[in-house]
Design a binder for this molecule. Structure first.
Ligand SMILES: [Zn+2]
Length: 247
């Protein structure tokens, strides 16, 4: 019986503590209490900052772009360069470009793939808002809006506008962007090693409900090594990683 009373009083303490948000704040009475509260606030602050991944600034390496999060129409990365990697075509094209950090990382990824005996090709990187507008309009004209929305991003909603994405392919799939790429030795090497260079396979199998896109083993998104490693090891999507999963 004594124990029961003890538990009850402990519980009520707990309940009062749990409701502290809705009660007026009381001034700490002793120096020790004040210090303790300061420490708790610092820890909470640190925890908050750790989880505060910037996914809304267009220039952030972890920016989230999907059907719910569009980039501004006038967003254009300031540091686009052409990576020194293999392309299956020779002409100059704005789609060869990536942001500098992503371009350097892609060069390293291609070098390591070469050493492992896998010849990769870069097919399509940066795409401006205007270019996406033209592609989307052409797809709608061809297939109708509803069908086009299943495979084609609306302007502002394409990750390619970030300059952090490169679609890659191989000779074994005729340089096409197809799901079979994921079954090739090249595609498998990329899936296992991309994170070591800061890239993720952005639209993975079984994650269609979260990403809003079908499996695209060719679409590599640069997020930086730290984020890419967590996303890879914990089998997350970028949506889950930044904490922006739509209900
Ligand atoms: Zn892509």
């Amino acid at each position: 019986m004594k124990n029961y009373a003890l538990i009850l009083s402990f519980l009520s303490l707990f309940i009062i503590a749990g409701c502290s948000d809705s009660l007026p704040e009381e001034e700490p009475t002793t120096k020790e209490e004040a210090q303790e509260i300061d420490e708790i606030e610092t820890e909470e602050q640190a925890e908050k900052e750790k989880n505060d991944i910037d996914y809304t600034s267009p220039d952030s390496l972890t920016v989230l772009v999907n059907k719910e999060h569009a980039l501004p129409e006038d967003y254009e990365p300031k540091d686009l360069v052409v990576p020194d990697v293999r392309f299956p075509f020779i002409e100059d094209d704005p789609k060869k470009q990536l942001r500098k950090e992503a371009a350097e990382a892609l060069e390293k990824l291609f070098d390591e793939a070469d050493k492992a005996g896998h010849e990769l090709f870069a097919q399509s990187g940066y795409r401006s808002y205007e270019r996406q507008e033209a592609i989307y309009a052409a797809n709608v004209a061809e297939d109708g809006e509803e069908a086009a929305n299943q495979y084609s991003a609306r302007p502002g909603e394409s990750e390619h506008q970030t300059g952090l994405v490169m679609d890659i392919t191989s000779a074994s799939v005729d340089f096409l962007l197809v799901q079979e790429f994921g079954d090739t030795p090249e595609g498998q090497w990329v899936a296992e090693h991309a994170h070591e260079f800061g890239f993720i396979v952005r639209y993975d199998q079984g994650k269609e409900d979260i990403t809003g896109y079908q499996y695209e083993p060719w679409h590599l998104r640069y997020v930086g090594k730290e984020a890419a490693t967590i996303i890879y090891e914990e089998n997350l999507t970028l949506e889950e990683y930044v904490g922006a999963v739509e209900d």
